[in-house]
Design a protein around this ligand. Structure first.
Ligand SMILES: [Zn+2]
Ligand SMILES: [Zn+2]
Length: 367
């Protein structure tokens, strides 16, 4: 963050003094009262940070998301969200409870390298959510609460991306097929025993050992645990080439979630994500018709990372003591959500089908 940015407490409108808010439609800071616009000075260059240098973190590698950023922790699910005034804590985006804790000045975090700004507006997200709900006939009427405009809020979710070069030593076995002609006996149609032959496949195993290298770029790892991994994965692909360098102005009118998976935990998760690719490289290096891997040992070098914020509209509500979460991708408007089925609506449908079948039996069964 530049020195000037640190000194900016608010983004007051130059013509009326109101707080400027980030406008997803054009990416400008915009006055909600008089329409005055100001550009956000960011670049498309997001620096990679050295992973090793951040493992023993120094205070200067940490910043507040904005100098006046506030942080509040949900008393129910523990998620921490960060926002700037005049934004208020409101409801928790992840579990739906009204947050009662007093916001405090936000703790510093590893500075985000970049973000994808929102380009879907809150009203657009709400209206596609209403459409999604109306196409779900089985949803209980309670779910229609999501149709209210204030049910979802724009929040940046924390992610890490890692680059790494891998060197993997392996030992294993290469299996090669060969065919053997076997003789066997069976009875023909007349019941006579006859001799026949067949080809049977066998595998000869040879020991194998070697080294494979790999290079991985921008492996995306969620740094939130407030949402299920499959739902987060369903939001992909993100248009990461459109990343902007971080500027606190993007937070104006939105929240950001503080990362719950730290840099090191994220790195371990990255290893799990790339493991299948390394294993497949080892298998193709072993060759043959089948492979057995006995040992694998990987060294990760030239490790870099970026801390990214990606935009979603999120909301949650409770139904029958279970929390249902809805996510709208803030770039594409795509909806990811789960919904309960209404017992009564389904029961009604089943009864109607039974009545139709019964009538059909009565009408056609008497012919
Ligand atoms: Zn204004
Ligand atoms: Zn919560």
């Amino acid at each position: 963050m530049s020195v000037e940015a640190k000194e900016i407490q608010h983004y007051p409108c130059a013509s009326c003094g109101a707080d400027l808010l980030f406008e997803p439609r054009d990416g400008f800071l915009t006055c909600p009262y008089c329409g005055h616009k100001e550009a956000i000075a960011t670049t498309g260059r997001v620096e990679e940070q050295s992973y090793e240098q951040h493992l023993s973190i120094r205070p200067e590698q940490m910043t507040k998301l904005a100098v006046n950023a506030l942080e509040v922790q949900c008393q129910s699910c523990g998620a921490k969200s960060i926002f700037t005034p005049p934004q208020v804590a409101g409801r928790c985006e992840f579990c739906g409870v009204q947050i009662v804790a007093q916001p405090k000045s936000a703790d510093p975090i590893i500075t985000p390298g970049g973000l994808l700004p929102f380009c879907v507006t809150q009203p657009q997200a709400s209206s596609s959510l209403r459409e999604w709900l109306s196409s779900r006939w089985f949803a209980p009427n309670d779910l229609k609460r999501f149709a209210q405009p204030e049910a979802i809020h724009g929040i940046y979710l924390p992610f890490w991306t890692y680059d790494t070069s891998t060197t993997t030593d392996y030992t294993g076995q290469r299996g090669e097929y060969y065919w053997v002609t076997e003789t066997y006996y069976e009875r023909d149609a007349q019941g006579n025993q006859v001799q026949r032959t067949r080809q049977v496949r066998h595998t000869q195993w040879y020991s194998a050992a070697g080294t494979v290298t790999g290079s991985f770029d921008d492996v995306l790892v969620p740094a939130t645990t407030s949402l299920p991994p499959d739902r987060l994965a369903a939001l992909e692909p993100w248009d990461l080439p459109e990343l902007r360098s971080y500027d606190p102005a993007f937070l104006s009118g939105f929240k950001a979630q503080r990362y719950q998976v730290d840099l090191e935990q994220g790195f371990e998760r990255m290893k799990e994500i790339i493991a299948p690719a390394i294993e497949s490289a080892v298998r193709s290096d072993i060759g043959g018709d089948e492979q057995r891997i006995e040992s694998l040992s990987t060294i990760y070098s030239e490790n870099t990372f970026k801390h990214l914020l990606l935009p979603v509209y999120a909301g949650a509500y409770r139904y029958n003591a279970k929390v249902f979460q809805i996510l709208v991708n803030g770039r594409t408007g795509e909806i990811q959500g789960e919904r309960p089925y209404s017992f009564w609506k389904i029961a009604l449908l089943v009864v109607s089908i039974l009545i139709v079948v019964l009538i059909a039996v009565l009408v056609f069964g008497n012919r």
